[in-house]
Design a protein around this ligand. Sequence first.
Ligand code: KG4
Ligand code: ZN
Length: 338
Amino acid sequence: MKDKQFITLGIESSCDETSAAVIGEGRTVLSNVIASQIKVHQVFGGVVPEIASRHHLDNINTVIDNALTEAGISLKDVDLIGVTYGPGLVGALLIGLATAKSLAYALKKPLVGVHHIQGHISANYIEHKELKPPFMALVVSGGHTNIVDVTDYNRYEVLGRTRDDAAGEAFDKVARVLGLGYPGGPLIDEAAKTGNAHAVEFKRVFLEKDSLDFSFSGIKTGVLNHLNTQKLKGETVNVNDIAASFQLAVIEVIVAKAVMAAQRMKKDKIALAGGVAANSLLRKLLKEACDQKGIALHYPSPILCTDNAAMIGCAAYYKYQEGMADDFYLDAYPNLAL
Ligand code: KG4
Ligand code: ZN
């Protein structure tokens, strides 16, 4: 490996993925190791914070070692350490943060704390080498649903957010009531492929006219009520139809608001990010809507949509480029604002 490259070691542990990545010159992934805890939490139907922290602790050193080995470097080659410091589960965040601080101290290298959402948005820089701000970002994950005006690498304005459940959370909850399992997003995506998306016209919740905020808790109740009514009437429940109808209702609103935001702020690019960005219908309908309006759409490949440290390393690089660095008092913030 060429030692002239600027090397960032990214670390992510905000939820149930322990991840470390080695990034060259901010955008080139030399390794991106992700230890997923999905199987551990599956039996509980969701992430159990205490169990997540313990697994991060068990995995973090191995994950970092593997990331360095895969990239063909050793710790002394690292120029910068970037780590997620919020938002997320506090115990989970602390494992990554304590590890990053220890490494930065021992190696005498700079430390940069990264906002998890800034990381998700930055995943787009990795895959689209030509992408530069300004653009509109749509961040849809298990914990967040945000429309973000990205005016520069480190300048963000949140124009819209969910007022209750995050989009991914709604997918997970509806999948649970449909008996599909956890995590629900990919399972609904798959079930919907053979379902009729117009079987049930669930209410599309747009909130006030011109609002860029979201609300997904109503549709979850809508699905539940529909299921109960069907059961009371003795009707057979077609899970695939309900999955497809729910998915279409959620995605239509997300697409409409993302395009509205881009047009309002005169942005000709939208970057999609977060776990739900892997959704096949979202990608399809947003692409169609963007094509109609002459907006370019960018999204990362599925592995960079989910929580990973490559996106954190990339975001840390751009913060460091602007002279931003943190000291060892950097703390974990479960509700960190963008
Ligand atoms: O970004 P992420 O890995 O973690 C958070 O920061 O929250 O997102 C996880 C979320 C979960 O709710 C999962 O169900 C959802 O992303 N998800 C999907 C798909 N793949 C993952 N939702 C809809 N369709 C998918 N294909
Ligand atoms: Zn995430």
